[in-house]
Design a protein around this ligand. Structure first.
Ligand SMILES: *Cc1c(COP(=O)(O)O)cnc(C)c1O
Length: 395
C-alpha cells in the first residue's frame, strides 16, 4: 500500500481526509490509531537539545502526540494553516477573541451570537477596554457603515444561535478585510464539512467539538483553526493561556471524526424530514431551517453551504406556556437540555428577546429548538404527534 502524505491528501475529498488525517500507524507500531499520550514533563536527551528545543514535544502544555493528531486532522479538514484546541467550545471563542482584539479596540458581533459569547464581550472585554457593538445578522455588505477607525474584529455565526438567520459571510469578510479587521466565525452548526470557513474568507474559525465532532454527548472540546495571516498570533495567545484540552477528550474526538460525515449526513436527512413534517402541522407558525426554501436565508445557504446539520427551530402558533409544558413534559424521545450534536433527540424552549440589542425578536408565538437524533423518524413523529395532542388539549 502506497503511503498517503499530507500533500497527497490535500487533493482528496473531505470524506477521505476525515478517515486518513491525523494518524500515522508507522509511528505507532502499526496500530491504526494514535493512542492517548498523557504527560507533563518531556525529557530532553542532551543539554544542547534542551538549549535548542529541537525535539518534537517539549512540555505537556505545548501538546502531546494525541493533541497534535487532532490539531493536524482539523487543520487538514479546514484547509487551515493551523489549529489549537481548547477545553470547551466557549473557551475556543474567548481564545479567538483574545487573539484578535486589544484594549481600545472596537468589535462587531452578530446579534444572533451564541449567548455566552455576548456575556464574554459584555463583561471581560468591556472591563479590558474593548467596546462591542451588535449588528443585525442579515446586514450583509451594509456592515460597512458600522466600521470605525478602531474596529479590529467581526464575529459572525451562521446560522444564528437559536434563531437561524443566515449571514452573508463572504460579503462581510470582504468588507472586514478592506478595513484590516479579523473575521471570526462560530462554525459549530455546519462544521467544516458543510461550510469550509477559510475558503469563504474567515480568518479564525471556531468549532464546539462538544457537538458533532464528539457526537455522543460525553465530552467537551473546542477548536480554533486559523489561516496563514492569523495562525502565529493564535498560537502565541494559546501558549500564553495554556488552556489545554485533555488527551482522553482529544482521543475521543479523533474517534468521532472518523464517522462525522456519516452522522452529519443522517442528521441532515432526519432534520429536513422533521422540518417538513413540522411545516405541515397546523400548530406550527414557522419553521426556521435554512435548507427549506421558505427560509429567508435559503439563497445564501444554497450558495455558500454544502449541507445542513440536524439543529433547527420552530415557532408555534400562540398558545399558553402551560400548553407548551404539557407538550414538552410528556415527550418520551426528546430530552430537554442544552447542547446538541449527539446521537439523541433534544428540545429546548427559548426566547431571544431577553438579550437582543440590535434587532427585535418578536416571532409571534412560543419558540422551540430541536436537535434531531438517530432514532427512527416514525417513532419521533409519533412522539411529537402525541405531544401536539397534549398541547391542543390545554390550548
Ligand atoms: C454549544 C455551543 C458553543 C459552546 O460549546 P461548549 O463546548 O458547550 O462550551 C459555542 N457555539 C455554539 C454555536 C454552540 O452551540
Amino acid at each position: 500500500m502506497s503511503k498517503l502524505t499530507k500533500e497527497t491528501r490535500a487533493g482528496l475529498h473531505s470524506a477521505t481526509r476525515l478517515v486518513h488525517a491525523g494518524r500515522n500507524p508507522e509511528d505507532q507500531y502499526g496500530f491504526v490509531n494514535t493512542p492517548i499520550y498523557r504527560g507533563s514533563t518531556v525529557l530532553f536527551p542532551t543539554m544542547a537539545s534542551l538549549k535548542d528545543r529541537d525535539i518534537p514535544y517539549t512540555y505537556g502544555t505545548k501538546g502531546t502526540p494525541t493533541i497534535r493528531a487532532l490539531e493536524d486532522a482539523w487543520t487538514e479538514l479546514c484547509n487551515a494553516e493551523g489549529t489549537v484546541l481548547a477545553p470547551t467550545g466557549l473557551a475556543a471563542i474567548t481564545l479567538a477573541l483574545m487573539t484578535a482584539v486589544k484594549s481600545g479596540d472596537h468589535l462587531l458581533v452578530t446579534d444572533s451570537a451564541y449567548g455566552p459569547t455576548r456575556h464574554f464581550c459584555d463583561t471581560v472585554l468591556t472591563r479590558m477596554g474593548v467596546e462591542t457593538s451588535y449588528f443585525d445578522p442579515q446586514v450583509g455588505a451594509a456592515i460597512e457603515t458600522l466600521f470605525r477607525p478602531n474596529t479590529t474584529a467581526v464575529l459572525v455565526e451562521a446560522p444564528g444561535s437559536q434563531s437561524f438567520e443566515m449571514q452573508d459571510v463572504p460579503a462581510i469578510s470582504e468588507i472586514a478585510h478592506k478595513h484590516g479587521a479579523c473575521v471570526i466565525m462560530d462554525n459549530t452548526w455546519a462544521t467544516p464539512l458543510f461550510f469550509p470557513p477559510h475558503e469563504r474568507g474567515v480568518d479564525l474559525a471556531i468549532e464546539a467539538g462538544t457537538k458533532y465532532l464528539s457526537g455522543h454527548s460525553d465530552l467537551m472540546m473546542g477548536l480554533v483553526s486559523a489561516n496563514k495571516t492569523w495562525f502565529r498570533r493564535l498560537r502565541q495567545t494559546f501558549d500564553a493561556f495554556a488552556m489545554c484540552a485533555g488527551p482522553e477528550d482529544a482521543f475521543l474526538c479523533l474517534r468521532g471524526l472518523r464517522s462525522m460525515k456519516l452522522r452529519l449526513m443522517e442528521a441532515q436527512k432526519q432534520g429536513l424530514e422533521l422540518a417538513r413534517w413540522f411545516e405541515a402541522r397546523p400548530e406550527v407558525k414557522e419553521v426556521l431551517h435554512p435548507a427549506l426554501p421558505s427560509h429567508p436565508g435559503h439563497d445564501i445557504w444554497k450558495r455558500d453551504f454544502l449541507g445542513a446539520s440536524g439543529l433547527f427551530s420552530i415557532i408555534l402558533n400562540p398558545v399558553s406556556e402551560t400548553a407548551v409544558a404539557a407538550m414538552l413534559d410528556g415527550l418520551e424521545l426528546f430530552g430537554m437540555g442544552y447542547s446538541w450534536g449527539g446521537f439523541e433527540s433534544l428540545v429546548i424552549p427559548f426566547d431571544c428577546s431577553t438579550y437582543r440589542t440590535a434587532t427585535t425578536w418578536a416571532p409571534g408565538g412560543p419558540a422551540l429548538r430541536f436537535q434531531v437524533g438517530l432514532e427512527d423518524m416514525a417513532d419521533i413523529t409519533a412522539d411529537l404527534d402525541r405531544g401536539f395532542a397534549r398541547l391542543r388539549a390545554v390550548g
